[in-house]
Design a protein around this ligand. Structure first.
Ligand SMILES: NC(=O)c1ccc[n+]([C@@H]2O[C@H](COP(=O)([O-])OP(=O)(O)OC[C@H]3O[C@@H](n4cnc5c(N)ncnc54)[C@H](O)[C@@H]3O)[C@@H](O)[C@H]2O)c1
Length: 255
């Protein structure tokens, strides 16, 4: 077991990547706080983990709300005694163009996608520092943080921010033995904010015969959260089947 007795917080743990990660971490011995705004979704995942003899508890909170975040980390610490791992997985997207998005919509995407990893990271790190023990914070980024897109003006900006937030957090939390890393998925399971898995979702990557599944990301998050990644901090691991390796204009089709 690679996370035996570690306390792991997974935000957005009620669906898709977060759900699979919560289940995998629990299988690896972690006590998992399944955090989701949607109480039913998070509750169902915690229930499934318990049914499989794992340890989990569902917590319902809006991770973009500073007061809720502080209470959440306090509640989790009270329940499990400590915090060792945080996976900042929550994000929402806008799919809007620059002339179509309202300021409220922009602010909402930035709050949930960029500010929440800052708020959750800060609250979890405070607890890790108070415990005087090493910790790991993993931010889930996106290939959308590395490119401009014809839509999703706010999401692309927010995810670009998550990339640099990861680096500054890694530097500023290094004195406390807290590693901060980022995983960068592309087209995994259902699109962000949706329930439906479309097997015909266009796949643009170097593994054309394979669609990205939540487990592809969960396994990388497990590695990053474990002591196997002890020397990994401040960097990004791309879980994108090589799509970002392809030069714009190239077909991405090998010999
Ligand atoms: N799905 C993809 O193809 C894909 C690709 C690249 C990157 N990512 C990234 O992976 C992460 C997970 O994506 P996903 O598709 O699994 O997400 P999802 O939309 O399927 O699930 C997100 C969960 O977060 C919850 N949530 C939303 N806002 C919240 C809030 N304010 N507070 C608490 N919970 C909240 C939702 O209820 C939902 O259960 C995101 O950071 C996303 O940007 C996903």
């Amino acid at each position: 077991m690679r996370l035996k007795d570690k306390v792991a917080i997974i935000t957005g743990g009620g669906r898709n990547i977060g759900e699979e990660t919560a289940k995998l971490f629990a299988q690896e011995g972690a006590k998992v706080a399944v955090v989701d705004l949607d109480k039913e979704r998070g509750g169902a995942v915690a229930k499934a983990i318990k049914a499989a003899k794992g340890q989990a508890e569902a917590f319902s909170a809006d991770v973009s709300d500073p007061a809720q975040v502080d209470k959440l980390v306090k509640d989790i610490t009270e329940k499990f005694g400590r915090v060792d791992i945080l996976v900042n997985n929550v994000a929402i997207t806008d799919n809007k163009k620059i002339f179509d998005i309202t300021l409220d919509e922009w602010n909402k995407v930035l709050a949930v996608t960029l500010t929440s990893p800052f708020l959750m990271g800060r609250a979890a790190a405070r607890q890790m520092v108070a415990q005087k023990s090493p910790g790991v914070i993993i931010n889930v980024g996106s290939t959308s943080g590395f490119y401009g897109r014809s839509e999703a003006i706010a999401y692309t900006a927010a995810k670009g921010g998550v990339s640099n937030l990861t680096k500054s957090m890694a530097i500023q939390l290094a004195p406390y033995d807290i590693r901060v890393v980022m995983a960068v998925p592309n087209k995994i399971g259902s699109p962000v904010g949706q329930d439906i898995f479309d097997p015909n979702r266009p796949v643009v990557n170097l593994r054309k015969n394979r669609a990205g599944t939540p487990m592809h990301v969960a396994k990388v998050l497990l590695f990053l959260a474990s002591d196997d990644a002890d020397f990994v901090s401040g960097s990004a691991v791309f879980v994108d089947a090589g799509v970002t390796a392809v030069m714009p204009g190239d077909t991405g089709v090998g010999a």
